[in-house]
Design a protein around this ligand. Structure first.
Ligand code: TPP
Ligand code: MG
Length: 467
């Protein structure tokens, strides 16, 4: 890791007054009053997000530093997956303590009762829609594959819920819950999977590969892992050129974050102080590769240190933690203070796609995360812990979601396939100057014209390039 330069006028060993006093080297000591489970740790006090700043030691140890990465989790599981056996007996095994009871939901600093209930509803709808999609696939009605976010619904829904009307979303294929929150309906998502003629892309593309840059501020998912990060950084830059700082929320997996474009895009966003909010969805698997074979850092949030931006860890199955971290990151983005990296730890509870039975995953790992199911835990929180929903209200809410979903599914199934006579699938692939105008969304574009006008590179730059 590159060493930070010491400000010229500060003697070695003197701590910067800007450096946070809390050191990551010290274990957290302040319980927040939440009940503990066996390996539940007291949550560190949440602190306003600042770039992961170095805390230098004194005297001779001044070259050693530790960094502050807030961790909102109420549980820090310690286990590792490793390869064992040989030849055809090769398998993944798991080592560590998997016996702890599930942690409680962490109380949100910002969410009100109706907001929590709204998020709960989105999470339920997300889950029920994916169950319906799985059934449609098994009935042979889906064209192509189905990619599910089972176990990750809290992360998708609660993060998108933190966006404001002028902010932007760049979902990945597992973030269908985020698309629901941003205003797409389950009917359209199901039509899209079945390649129906009235689906958002008229049957031209499969799965959740569609967006809406005109009304909902949503960029379509991009399959090439990491590429959305640069696109969302560009969205934030575009808005900035129009005089507005917006938050651009996107996601990348534990596997996808290893790509070069992740580094390039995040570094660009950091240097330009763009409002990118990147959630690294560490769901422990990238295809059949366990996270332990994908990277060596303990927590992916640590990567933020190298970009000079805030990094934060949340339990991705806890909607309150996800919301709080995303909300804080979005506020930072809107203040023009730059990007944030949020690592959401959770588990992909299905295979990579519906055709993958995930037999390579140790059964004990599924058991462990099944006990941390986002819906069951949030339901318990709302009904039994906070008493914000009575059993009857909860029952009614679930019934409403199911009724809505069934109507959406029936309508999607009844939708026509693309009609060869009026087929639109070949349209809208390329823009030509006559097809539409793209107007600035937030204001007139203002770009600084450098001295001497835009008449080519300065002599000194040209000289550098010619070397
Ligand atoms: C640049 C790039 N390399 C490889 C792939 C093929 N690929 C698609 S999904 C995937 C695994 C992704 O794992 P992860 O990023 O952890 O996301 P998850 O599926 O777990 O949500 C791979 C390797 C791709 N789409 N893009
Ligand atoms: Mg993954």
């Amino acid at each position: 890791m590159a060493h930070k330069k010491r400000p010229k006028n500060r003697p070695p060993g003197k701590r910067s007054s800007k450096a946070p006093l809390a050191s990551a080297a010290k274990p957290p000591t302040t319980p927040d009053g939440s009940p503990r489970t066996t390996n539940t740790v007291a949550a560190r006090k949440t602190v306003p997000l600042k770039p992961a700043a170095a805390v230098a030691g004194d005297g001779a140890a001044s070259s050693r530093r530790t960094y502050l990465i807030p961790d909102y989790r109420l549980e820090r599981p310690e286990f590792r997956i490793f390869v064992a056996g040989e030849g055809s007996n090769l398998e993944y095994r798991i080592e560590g303590d998997l016996s702890a009871a599930a942690p409680p939901i962490r109380e949100s600093k910002y969410l009100s009762r109706p907001q929590c209930i709204a998020i709960y509803r989105w999470i339920l709808l997300n889950r029920r829609m994916e169950v319906a999609l799985e059934n449609l696939y098994k009935q042979g009605k889906v064209v192509g594959g189905v990619y599910l976010g089972l176990g990750q619904e809290s992360c998708s829904c609660a993060s998108a819920y933190a966006l404001g009307p002028d902010d932007w979303l760049g979902p990945m294929i597992r973030n269908q819950g985020a698309m629901l929150v941003r205003g797409f309906n389950a009917r359209d998502i199901m039509r899209q999977y079945m390649a129906k003629g009235d689906s958002p892309t008229w049957g031209r593309d499969a799965s959740s590969h569609f967006g809406d840059w005109q009304r909902r501020n949503v960029c379509a998912p991009i399959s090439m892992l990491g590429e959305l990060i640069g696109v969302m950084a560009g969205v934030c830059l575009g808005a900035r050129l129009q005089g507005k700082n917006v938050a651009g929320l996107t996601y990348v997996g534990d596997g996808g974050q290893s790509t070069g474009v992740t580094y390039e895009s995040l570094n660009f966003a950091a240097v330009q102080k763009l409002g990118l909010v990147l959630i690294v969805e560490n769901n422990l698997w990238g295809y059949s590769t366990p996270a332990d074979l994908q990277f060596c850092v303990k927590d992916l949030a640590e990567r933020a240190i190298a970009y000079g931006i805030p990094g934060i860890i949340v339990d991705g199955t806890d909607p309150c933690q996800v919301y709080d971290a995303t909300h804080e990151a979005c506020e930072r983005a809107r203040r023009g203070e730059g990007p944030t990296l949020i690592e959401a730890k959770m588990m992909r509870m299905k295979g990579h796609a519906i055709h993958d039975a995930a037999q390579y995953v140790p059964a004990k790992l599924f058991e462990y995360w099944r006990a941390r199911d986002p819906i069951a835990r949030f339901e318990n929180y709302l009904v039994n812990v906070k008493r914000w929903l009575t059993a009857e209200e909860n029952h009614k809410l679930i019934e409403d979601v199911e009724r809505e979903l069934e109507a959406d599914r029936d309508a999607a199934v009844a939708s026509p396939m693309p009609d060869p006579e009026t087929d639109k699938t070949h349209q809208g692939v390329y823009c030509d100057p006559s097809c539409h105008t793209i107007k600035p969304k937030y204001g007139a574009v203002t770009a600084r014209v450098r001295e001497g006008g835009a008449a080519g590179p300065k002599a000194v730059e040209a000289a550098v390039h010619l070397k």
